[in-house]
Design a protein around this ligand. Structure first.
Ligand SMILES: Cc1ncc(COP(=O)(O)O)c(C=O)c1O
Length: 342
C-alpha cells in the first residue's frame, strides 16, 4: 500500500490549527513588536525564532538536505515524544522498539499511554530477520524505532534498510551516535522512503548537550507537521545562537571526535586487561557496554572514587555502560577497576 501521511497522523490533527508566529515575515522591516505580550525591557525580553531559520539552514547545509526537511526539538527527546503524540492514539496504538534499546522510547510511550512491542536482539545485539518478520506480521505498532548505533549496546544494526522498507508505519532511525561510527546516515534514504524520519542530536559528537538541540530529518510533508505541532518557542535564543557559533567551527568539533575515537581504542585495550571484566561489546558510539564478573561491585567501587557510570538497563544483567572520557578520566577509571579482585 502506498504511504499516505493522512492515514498515519492522528485524525483529529488533520484539520487543526497550531500556534504560528508571524514574526519572521515582518522582521526585515522596522517593526514595533506589540504582538506577543513581551516585556519591552531587558536583554532576553524577546521570544526566540520559532522557526529556527538560521540554525536549520546551517544544519541542512552540513547534512546536505533542504531546510524544509528539517525540524528541531528541545533535544531529540522532545521529538521522540512529539512523534508519538502526532501519530499514535493513546490506549489503542503501540510503538515497536529493540530490546534492549534507548529507554526514553518506553518512557514516552508510557506517558502517552501506548503499548510497547519489542524486537528481541540476539546475543550480538543484532536483529534477526525472522524475529522481525514474526513480530511485524501481528504488530499494531504505528512507529518503529531503529536506534543505530544502539544505546545501550553501542553497536550499529546491520541492514537497516531492510527494516525500513518492510514496515508500513513511521520508521524513526535514531542516529544520536552516528558520527562516532563509519556507517552512512539514513538521511541518504529519505528520498526513497516517505515514511522515514531520521533523528540526530547536537548532544553527543557535537558536544552541545547543555544547549538541548535535537534534529529531525524527513520529507517536507512530515517536517511541516513537526514544525506545526512542536511547542512554538522550544529552543531558546541563546541555544540557537550558541549552536550556530559552534557549527561554524566544524574542524574543532571533528578534532574532538577524533580524540574521542582514539580514546575509545585506548580504553578498550585497558579494559581487556582487567580480570573483573568478562566481555566488552563492540562499540560504534562514545561508550562501551561492558559485562563484569560483578557489575554491582564495579559500580560501587567506581562510585566510592567519585566516578559515575550507568547500571540501569533491566534487560542487561551484570553490565555497565561507560562513556569514553578524556585520557585522564579514562586512566582514572582503569586504575580503580584494576583494583577490583577477580
Ligand atoms: C539513542 C538516543 N537517542 C536520543 C537521545 C536524546 O538526546 P538529546 O540530548 O538530543 O535529547 C539519547 C541520549 O542519550 C540517546 O542515547
Amino acid at each position: 500500500m502506498e504511504f499516505n501521511i493522512e492515514n498515519i497522523i492522528r485524525p483529529h490533527l488533520l484539520d487543526s490549527k497550531s500556534y504560528t508566529s508571524l514574526r519572521n515575515s515582518y522582521l526585515k522591516k522596522e517593526v514595533v513588536l506589540l504582538d506577543a505580550n513581551e516585556n519591552p525591557f531587558g536583554s532576553y525580553n524577546r521570544y526566540p525564532d520559532a522557526e529556527h531559520l538560521q540554525l536549520k539552514r546551517k544544519l541542512a547545509e552540513i547534512n546536505e538536505v533542504q531546510p524544509e526537511q528539517l525540524f528541531l526539538g528541545n533535544g531529540s527527546d522532545e521529538l521522540i515524544d512529539l512523534a508519538m503524540r502526532m501519530f499514535c492514539e493513546p490506549t489503542q496504538d503501540a510503538i515497536l522498539v529493540f530490546n534492549p534499546s534507548f529507554v526514553m522510547y518506553e518512557i514516552s510511550a508510557k506517558l502517552n499511554n501506548l503499548d510497547v512491542e519489542k524486537l528481541q536482539l540476539n546475543s550480538d545485539f543484532q536483529l534477526e530477520k525472522e524475529v522481525f518478520q514474526d513480530v511485524i506480521s501481528k504488530t499494531k505498532a504505528k512507529i518503529l524505532f531503529l536506534c543505530s548505533p544502539n544505546n545501550p549496546t553501542g553497536n550499529s544494526i546491520d541492514d537497516l534498510e531492510f527494516y525500513i522498507q518492510s514496515f508500513a508505519g513511521i520508521v524513526i532511525v535514531d542516529e544520536a551516535y552516528i558520527e562516532f561510527s563509519k556507517e552512512v546516515s539514513a538521511v541518504s534514504l529519505l528520498a526513497k522512503y516517505p515514511n522515514l524520519i531520521v533523528l540526530k542530536t547536537l548532544s553527543k559528537a557535537y558536544g552541545m548537550a547543555g544547549l538541548r538541540i535535537g534534529v529531525g530529518f524527513a520529507s517536507p510533508e512530515i517536517a511541516v507537521l513537526f514544525n506545526q505541532f512542536k511547542p512554538p518557542y522550544n529552543i531558546s535564543s541563546e541555544s540557537q545562537k550558541l549552536a550556530l557559533k559552534q557549527l561554524e567551527n566544524l574542524e574543532e568539533l571533528q578534532k574532538n571526535i577524533s580524540i574521542i575515537l582514539k580514546e575509545r581504542d585506548h580504553l578498550k585495550v585497558g579494559l581487556e586487561k582487567l580480570s573483573s571484566v568478562n566481555k566488552i561489546f563492540p562499540s560504534d558510539a562514545n561508550f562501551f557496554l561492558i559485562e563484569f564478573k560483578n557489575a554491582e561491585t564495579a559500580y560501587q567501587k567506581l562510585l566510592e572514587e567519585n566516578i559515575l557510570t550507568s547500571l540501569r538497563h533491566p534487560a542487561l544483567k551484570n553490565c555497565l555502560r561507560i562513556t569514553v572520557g578524556t585520557a585522564e578520566e579514562n586512566s582514572k577509571l582503569l586504575n580503580v577497576l584494576s583494583k577490583i579482585p577477580s
